[in-house]
Write a protein that binds this ligand. Structure first.
Ligand SMILES: [Zn+2]
Length: 383
């Protein structure tokens, strides 16, 4: 019996991986329709939120008793692209299973997590539930979070009392995630012949001066038990067209990862301060700064009753389980500030495998996650 159940879990995960939902372009619609058919069979009322011709977010609801609480489960359907296919040992959409793990794009992030949700949904099949359960399968988490943003327009979503997200945590309990602030800075200069630099304004020199003036070390002093410290890195730079031309433009982008207590406005103020310091010294320099992404860091309140109940359940179902923080952002970064709800991140995938070439998912973790999500749904539905 157990073997039969395990086989159906493997098949479901493989089916999900075989929908190529690499974002861009996403093309999540076909996967959303597949999920919709399963959830309708399990008794959920479903609706599709179309983003464009081939993109959609699926919403599935099982209504509880009047005045009951609403629990929202959110998983994303899209994946990052595969990168260099020649580096993959197998076709990333074959979803090859070697008996211990499944290899494929999205295996860990997060079609394994979706498999756990869909498997758990079977436990409520054809039964009346006490609390309302909403499952959302979103598009575009790996880019602009179109799907999560569209959920905020749905009136019933506003009733959410708690959010659960099966993002990769290796079945550890994610109670916090770092924020992300991506900043693009451009410097404008004046081109001139490379032999006469004093005739131009070197935009690369402008960026060097700015980077030397920028000091974010104060933000590094703070520490969060689950997330560690603030980080920042300069990850792209482009400028200049030829060795003998003074460059008139240079552009960089920075990836800044923040703690829940850190306000992105303060970091942008520090950057603006560095810009001012440099331009005071060099009035001919000109910079423009643009915020590309700003997602706040999050930390859930573990003392909150619903959170404590589910943490207890996970801890009693599994040995060696710890509360952890995630370095990356999830759909929670859109949903939690807007809905002001407690949340947990818990899923079978391995964060180290997320976005990796030859992405893998351990079957033992997948089975365990399916079992625990089934227990969570039972508790929410029937207690
Ligand atoms: Zn993810």
């Amino acid at each position: 019996m157990v073997e039969k159940e395990n086989n159906s879990v493997i098949t479901l995960c493989q089916d999900l991986i075989r929908f190529n939902t690499s974002n861009p372009p996403g093309n999540e619609l076909a996967a959303a329709l597949f999920v919709e058919a399963r959830l309708r069979q399990a008794g959920f009322e479903t609706s599709l939120i179309k983003h464009d011709e081939n993109r959609a977010t699926l919403l599935a609801m099982l209504e509880g008793r009047p005045q009951s609480d609403t629990f929202l489960f959110v998983g994303h359907l899209d994946t990052v692209p595969c990168g260099d296919l020649s580096k993959w040992e197998r076709d990333p959409f074959e979803a090859f299973c070697d008996g211990e793990r499944i290899i494929g794009r999205g295996a860990s992030d997060m079609k394994g997590g979706l498999t756990a949700l869909l498997t758990a949904a079977e436990v409520v099949k054809g039964r009346k539930v006490n609390n309302t359960i909403i499952l959302a399968f979103t598009a575009d988490e790996e880019s602009g979070c179109l799907g999560a943003i569209s959920l905020l327009d749905i009136p019933r979503i506003k009733d959410t009392k708690m959010l659960l997200i099966p993002e990769p945590t290796s079945n550890q309990i994610g109670v916090a995630e770092k924020g992300a602030l991506w900043v693009r800075i451009s410097a404008r200069g004046k081109s001139a012949h490379g032999s006469m630099p004093d005739q131009g304004i070197n935009a690369i020199n402008e960026i060097i001066a700015l980077m030397n003036a920028l000091d974010l070390s104060d933000f590094e002093l703070e520490k969060n038990n689950h997330l560690g410290t603030f980080t920042h890195s300069l990850n792209t730079i482009s400028g200049g067209i030829k060795t003998n031309i003074i460059p008139d433009s240079c552009e960089i982008s920075m990836d800044i990862r923040t703690l829940p207590t850190q306000n992105h406005r303060d970091i942008l103020t520090a950057i603006a301060g560095a810009v001012k310091q440099v331009t005071d010294q060099h009035p001919e320099y000109a910079f423009s700064c643009e915020t590309v992404i700003s997602k706040p860091g999050l930390e859930t309140n573990c003392g909150q009753a619903q959170v404590a109940r589910i943490v207890d359940l996970i801890q009693s179902s599994k040995k060696d389980v710890n509360k952890i923080g995630l370095n990356y952002y999830t759909d929670a970064a859109v949903l939690v500030p807007a809905l002001n709800v407690p949340f947990l991140l818990f899923g079978p995938g391995d964060a180290d495998q997320a976005h990796a070439t030859n992405e893998k998912l351990d079957l033992s973790k997948l089975y365990q996650s399916c079992e625990i999500y089934s227990e969570i749904l039972k508790k929410i539905a029937f207690e």
